[in-house]
Design a protein around this ligand. Structure first.
Ligand code: PEP
Ligand code: MN
Length: 338
């Protein structure tokens, strides 16, 4: 249940509502919007208590949340969540481009790639150092050494960095170096990981599991918010179905739908969604058109020699061209945004 407070309510009046609710042993999640303060009530509220709450002068109205997820719901927080990273704002109409290699392969590779990302005008550098590979014989990532290379690329270019973590123990080790922690599709329902990252004060990019429904996806995000971390970015990266010609099927309708369900920003990963580099640019543009808050794109100087995901990685010139196209399209597709 959500208690929406009147815009003109005084701090004293708001405190009175808060103290009354807390006296009933009900937990409150406060959301301070531009226009309204909203109390999200976690747990059961009986009819009598509901009536008593609505009779406080500060209360505008009460909205029951019928959905299984609460904190991520747009009913709970009607204004979009924005995430500030190094002065760049993710969400609320901006279009964030995260780019980089699937995996950090060497110091030289990540430094060169970072330079390309910077020159292209993209905002955040990605690079996997702990790789979740289907086969245990495939390249597993450079681990901590890779993280140090990634951190050096950040230092040299000023670009914020994101990397995936596979286990809660890694999170504590990796968090001080990076700006965003990534939970990959395979770990979307790794509840220990969700709880661990929920307890941290670091933005999290949560990718949709390849078999996850929209509700399961949002409930995974709910774990992060419930544990106290509301700096969450969702990422649609394709789901599995009967169609074998692409790696996955990019669910752009989910992006448009999720925008109606949650205040959290959602970006699109056309690289893992398709597995084919020639489909990355069209789908990145489609992501912009459908209202996504950004894209995450894999790039490589020599994709033919990449240690992972070469076939879906863009060459540097193609990526730069895509960035120019996105820049040109942005004002036409988002006329109401700066
Ligand atoms: C990745 O982004 O590096 C990755 C492994 O993607 P996903 O978790 O979507 O498969
Ligand atoms: Mn990859």
């Amino acid at each position: 249940m959500v208690v929406v407070l009147k815009k003109e309510a005084s701090l004293q009046e708001i405190t009175a509502v808060r103290e009354f609710i807390e006296s009933k042993d009900i937990k409150i999640h406060v959301s301070q919007g531009e226009y309204h303060t909203v109390f999200g009530l976690l747990g059961e509220v009986n009819e009598e208590t509901k009536e008593q709450i609505s009779s406080f002068p500060a209360v505008e109205h009460i909205v029951p949340i019928m959905k299984s997820y609460k904190l991520v719901s747009l009913d709970f927080r009607p204004e979009p969540t924005t995430i500030r990273i190094n002065g760049h704002v993710i969400g609320n109409g901006s279009f964030t481009v995260i780019a980089g290699p699937c995996a950090v392969e060497s110091r030289e590779q990540i430094l060169e790639t970072a330079q390309c990302v910077k020159e292209s005008g993209a905002h955040i550098l990605r690079g996997g150092v702990f790789k979740p590979r289907t086969s245990p014989y495939s390249f597993q990532g450079l681990g901590l050494q890779g993280l140090h290379y990634l951190a050096e690329a950040k230092e040299k270019t000023g670009l914020p960095i994101i990397t995936e973590i596979l286990a809660p123990e890694e999170a504590v080790m990796v968090a001080p170096y990076v700006d965003i922690l990534q939970i990959g599709a395979r770990n979307m329902q790794n509840f220990a990981l969700l709880k661990a990252l929920g307890a941290m004060r670091k933005p999290v990019l949560l990718k949709r599991g390849m078999m996850a429904t929209i509700e399961e996806f949002l409930l995974a995000a709910e774990y992060l918010l419930k544990a106290g971390n509301d700096q969450v970015i969702l990422c649609e990266r394709g789901i599995r179905n009967f169609e074998p010609s692409m790696r996955n099927t990019l669910d752009l309708s989910a992006v448009a739908f999720i925008k109606q369900l949650t205040h959290l920003p959602i970006i699109v990963d056309p690289s893992h969604a398709t597995g084919k580099r020639e489909l990355v640019a069209p789908l990145a543009k489609a992501a912009l058109a459908v209202g996504a808050d950004g894209v995450m794109i894999e790039i490589h100087k020599e994709p033919e020699k990449a240690k992972s995901d070469g076939p879906q990685s863009l060459h540097f010139p193609t990526f730069k061209k895509l960035m120019e196209e996105l820049h040109r399209l942005y004002p036409a597709l988002r006329p109401n945004n700066p």
